[in-house]
Design a protein around this ligand. Structure first.
Ligand code: A2P
Length: 280
């Protein structure tokens, strides 16, 4: 099974497929079939996390998908209650055991949890895990500028990627500008706004003009903006639809129309400055 698709290059020199399968809220018996359907459709990147409680099933899908490990790109994430150094290192090994893998391609701190203020310690643990080869690249999720700047000031090592909530209703232009200035790639979670942006009249009208689906228009917008995207679906036909973007092109006018959809109150998920869930 060959697969042609765009890759982006991290500042550490490694590459990531620009489009991957998100698995938040994909649980139980739906997980391995979703991973297999994605690989069959051409995806080579799978995104999971400890807190999704599906690493075992993601690992099962990976084992069954028939693609050599080195051709896949697997991401998982460190949960909020494991930011202390020893616990962070143990947590990755536990994730690897569940995934049945020797390494992940990308290991991310899931949330900064500024109230606990231990993300710097977690970052130092990830740097060590990277040096040991158990995480080929390291990054973060949901970090704000001040959190990223602290990593840079204290360790001199910047994440290769910051995975953040990003969709047409919540475009995070300031944070993305910081990323661009610091060679951090932007990865969009909930790229379809948890499905809520699919009904938007502007998106629907562009989709109609291009004879594409609303999901394809939104995902293509992300791709043309140079981001990594990880749409989630448990339906094989949608998983396939979401990968079928490479002959679609949004012109400047369509891109400009989507830019106008940004809203001050567009955030759907938690605010990283206030989110401090520790249970897992
Ligand atoms: P489902 O899993 O039932 O297919 P996001 O990745 O932004 O969080 O969006 C995920 C949501 O969008 C899920 O509810 C998913 O539903 C839905 N979804 C994903 N792809 C498509 C698609 N191509 N068409 C319609 N809904 C989709």
């Amino acid at each position: 099974m060959s697969s042609n698709q765009p890759y982006l290059t991290f500042h550490d020199g490694r590459r990531i497929p620009q489009l991957g399968l998100g698995t938040w809220q994909v649980t139980g018996e739906h997980t391995a079939p979703a991973v297999r359907a994605a690989v069959q459709a051409g995806y080579r990147a799978i995104d999971t996390a400890y807190i999704y409680h599906n690493e075992t099933e993601v690992g099962q899908g990976i084992a069954e998908c028939g693609i050599p490990r080195e051709d896949l790109f697997v991401t998982t994430k460190l949960w909020n209650n494991r930011h202390d150094r020893e616990s962070a290192k143990a947590a990755l090994q536990e994730s690897l055991d569940r995934l049945q893998l020797d390494y992940v391609d990308l290991y991310l701190i899931h949330w900064p949890i500024p109230k606990e203020n231990r993300y710097l310690e977690a970052w130092e643990a990830l740097i060590q895990l990277h040096d040991e080869g158990r995480a080929k690249s390291i990054g973060v999720c949901n970090f704000q500028v001040e959190h990223l700047q602290k990593l840079l000031d204290k360790t001199g090592v910047l994440p290769v990627v910051n995975q953040i909530e990003l969709h047409p209703y919540f475009q995070q232009t300031e944070l993305q500008a910081y990323h661009a200035d610091h060679e951090i790639l932007t990865e969009a979670w909930s790229p379809l706004g948890q499905g809520q942006v699919l009904q938007d009249p502007v998106i629907q009208s562009i989709a109609h003009e291009l004879q594409a689906t609303p999901a394809q228009v939104i995902l293509r917008w992300h791709i043309q903006m140079g981001r990594i995207v990880i749409p989630k679906s448990t339906h094989a036909e949608r998983i396939q639809e979401n990968f079928n973007l490479w002959n679609l092109y949004l012109d400047d006018a369509a891109m400009a129309r989507i830019a106008t959809l940004d809203r001050n109150d567009g955030r759907i998920g938690p605010d990283p400055d206030r989110f401090h869930l520790m249970e897992g």
